[in-house]
Write a protein that binds this ligand. Structure first.
Ligand code: GRF
Length: 202
C-alpha cells in the first residue's frame, strides 16, 4: 500500500477530501502521517478525528529553513512515506528537500497554472479579470508552482465573485481532482516525460 505524507498549513479541506476518498474506497492508499507547520490548525483535528498520526513541526521553533526541513524529512522518513502530498502547505520547499523526494511530491494550486502562481491566486485572478480559473495538480520541482502538470479543472469566474466565492467554487473541483490524481499515481499510471505528465491506460 502506497503511504502518503500530507503537509498542510491550515483548514485542511483538501486533506479531508483525501481522507474521504480513502474511506469511500476510491483511493487505495494510506495516510501515514499528517504534518503541519503551524500549531492548532484544523488539519490536525481532521487527522486526529480520522485516527491518522499527526504532528505539528512549528516553523517558528526553528532558526533556519534547513533545520525545519530536516525535521520534516525525519518524520516523513520515519513514517516511510512514498509520496509527499502538499495540501494547502503554504511554504516553498528548498531544492534539497525536493531532491530527496524527486518526482514524489505533489501540490495543488488554486489557479490554472502557469497563470497566477504564488500565494494569492484568487486575488490575482480577480484583479486581472480573467473569465475562467480553476485548479492544478502538479509534481513539485525546484521552482514555485512550476512543476509538470498532472490534471486541471476549470471553473467560471463570475462578475460578482469575491475571493471567497471564487475560492469555494475552485475548492469543489480541488476535492474532486486531487484524490483522483492520487489514485492514478497509486495505479502507476502517471509518466513524466519532460514537462508533460502522461496518464497511461491500465
Ligand atoms: C487550497 O485552495 C489549495 O489549492 C491551496 O491552499 C488551499 C488549501 O485549503 N494550496 P485547505 O487548507 O485544504 O482547506
Amino acid at each position: 500500500m502506497i503511504k502518503l505524507g500530507v503537509l498542510c498549513s491550515g483548514r485542511g479541506s483538501d486533506l479531508q477530501s483525501i481522507i474521504d476518498a480513502i474511506t469511500a474506497g476510491k483511493l487505495n492508499a494510506e495516510i501515514a502521517i499528517v504534518l503541519t507547520d503551524k500549531p492548532n490548525v484544523m488539519a490536525l483535528e481532521r487527522a486526529q478525528r480520522a485516527n491518522i498520526k499527526n504532528l505539528c513541526i512549528d516553523r517558528k521553533r526553528f532558526e533556519s529553513k534547513s533545520e525545519f526541513e530536516t525535521a520534516l524529512l525525519n518524520e516523513l522518513k520515519t513514517a516511510e512515506v512514498d509520496l509527499v502530498v502538499l495540501a494547502g502547505f503554504m511554504r516553498i520547499l528548498s531544492p534539497s528537500f525536493v531532491h530527496e523526494y524527486k518526482e514524489r511530491i505533489m501540490n495543488i494550486h488554486p489557479s490554472l497554472l502557469p497563470s497566477f502562481p504564488g500565494a494569492h491566486a484568487h486575488r490575482d485572478v480577480l484583479a486581472y479579470g480573467v473569465k475562467v480559473s480553476g485548479c492544478t495538480v502538479h509534481f513539485v520541482d525546484e521552482g514555485t508552482d512550476s512543476g509538470p502538470i498532472i490534471m486541471q479543472a476549470a471553473v467560471e469566474v463570475k462578475d460578482d465573485d469575491t475571493e471567497e466565492t471564487l475560492a469555494a467554487r475552485v475548492l469543489e473541483q480541488e476535492h474532486i481532482i486531487y484524490p483522483r490524481v492520487l489514485q492514478l499515481y497509486v495505479e502507476g499510471r502517471l509518466k513524466i516525460v519532460g514537462r508533460k505528465v502522461l496518464i497511461q491506460n491500465e
